[in-house]
Design a protein around this ligand. Structure first.
Ligand code: PLP
Length: 384
């Protein structure tokens, strides 16, 4: 039987192959490979898509977080609060500007989103930014964080790398904070054919500073107003992203349908904790993450039958060797710690078929049954 991948990039490429090929031909003919009109066009399109006044393209998502923080004036000696359960880049970006990451636990409500109370408890006099991560495809609850930020004089910088097209109370992820960063890494909901990222903001000043920082501090050639970096978007990537952006809303809708199918199919499995969507959120299901007992064995059994399940993420930030100094020996972030050993991401992409999902559910059901020896209701064991 054929493999079911975690993400099917080949299926996605098929939908844009012709458009990308002709767009790339044009770029090759013009031999203009960095920035240019195609990048500017994508910036306008993505700003409109997220409902943010400004979008500035950069080289990747990690740079986007770093540059957004720098543009807001966050730097050495400052503290940035971020969730303990995120992709490592959120913490790395903070370190790269000389600031200190301070972790906050995630909420104990099956959303895995940052816990507002934990953020409040982590605030010190040095807190200059809070970085809510819109994890797995839904926006973090930012309302109280925005109030808190106002009160203490800090910025909200959204990590929107996993939430392209997500909305909270009608507002697009990327438009909820003072600035936002996103990544167009190939596996994201909107993925380039290499690395790319972007910063969004409603502030003209911040946008201008982002544009300076990303290109050697340079408003025009050989004029350097500050010490910047080289973090520009390739023109070839902008062509791909514009082509895919036109389809993103439909792809996200297909992901939502697929998530709903998993929800229904998994409802009868007592051992499975399904992901919860927060009220007010339009989820774009970057990942469909459940929790199961005996996770490592279940993952091995799914892998053995050709099902590309994954773990996001195997260890909270402070449990990685790189950031071990951020956690104490006791359970500093109990929810992130407890859930990390149970998380399991099931294959989910816009083109996944009901038959493929049936196979995933059937394989998961038998893996769980082998553990418990319990009978699982027959109606969920659909598929071959
Ligand atoms: C992918 C991702 C990033 C980093 O993006 P890159 O483009 O790989 O640098 C940052 N934060 C989160 C939550 C991500 O998923």
């Amino acid at each position: 039987m054929s493999m079911i991948p975690l993400v099917d990039l080949a299926a996605q490429h098929a939908a844009v192959a012709q458009e990308v090929a002709s767009g790339w031909q044009e770029v090759l003919a013009q031999t203009a490979f960095v920035g240019g009109p195609a990048v500017a066009a994508f910036e306008r399109e993505y700003a409109a898509f997220t409902g943010t006044p400004h979008c500035a393209a950069v080289a990747n998502g990690t740079d986007a977080i770093e540059i957004a923080l720098r543009a807001l004036g966050v730097g050495h000696g400052d503290e940035c609060i971020l969730p303990a359960n995120t992709f490592i880049a959120t913490a790395e970006a903070v370190c790269r500007i000389g600031a200190t990451p301070v972790l906050a636990d995630c909420a104990d409500d099956d959303t895995y989103l940052i816990d507002t109370a934990a953020v409040e408890a982590a605030v010190t006099r040095r807190t200059r930014a809070i970085i809510p991560v819109h994890l797995y495809g839904q926006a973090a609850p930012v309302e109280r964080l925005l109030q808190l930020a106002d009160r203490i004089g800090a910025w909200i910088v959204e990590d929107a790398a996993q939430a392209q097209g997500a909305r909270r109370n009608g507002h697009g992820a990327g438009s909820l904070g003072h600035a936002a960063a996103t990544s167009f890494y190939p596996g994201k909901n909107l993925g380039a054919y290499g690395d790319a990222g972007a910063v969004m903001t409603g502030s003209d000043d911040v946008a201008e500073r982002v544009r300076l920082i990303r290109d050697h501090g340079s408003p025009r050639k050989y004029q350097h107003e500050l010490i910047g970096v080289n973090s520009r978007m390739d023109t070839l990537q902008a062509v791909v992203l514009s082509a895919k952006l036109r389809r993103l809303a439909a792809w996200n809708a297909a992901r939502r349908e697929a998530a709903a199918r998993y929800d229904t199919a998994l409802a009868g499995l007592d051992d499975v904790i399904r992901p919860r969507t927060l009220a007010g959120n339009e989820h774009v299901w970057h990942l469909y993450v459940i929790r199961v007992p005996d996770r490592d064995r279940v993952l091995r059994e799914l892998t053995a039958v050709g099902i590309g399940a994954g773990i996001h993420y195997p260890a909270p930030v402070h449990r990685t060797p790189a950031f071990a100094s951020l956690g104490q020996a006791d359970l500093t972030y109990p929810v992130a710690e407890r859930t990390a050993s149970e998380l399991l991401s099931l294959p989910l992409f816009a083109e996944i078929t009901a038959e493929q999902q049936d196979r995933v559910v059937a394989a998961l059901t038998s893996a769980l049954r082998r553990r418990t020896g319990r009978r699982v209701p027959a109606e969920v064991t659909t598929g071959p």
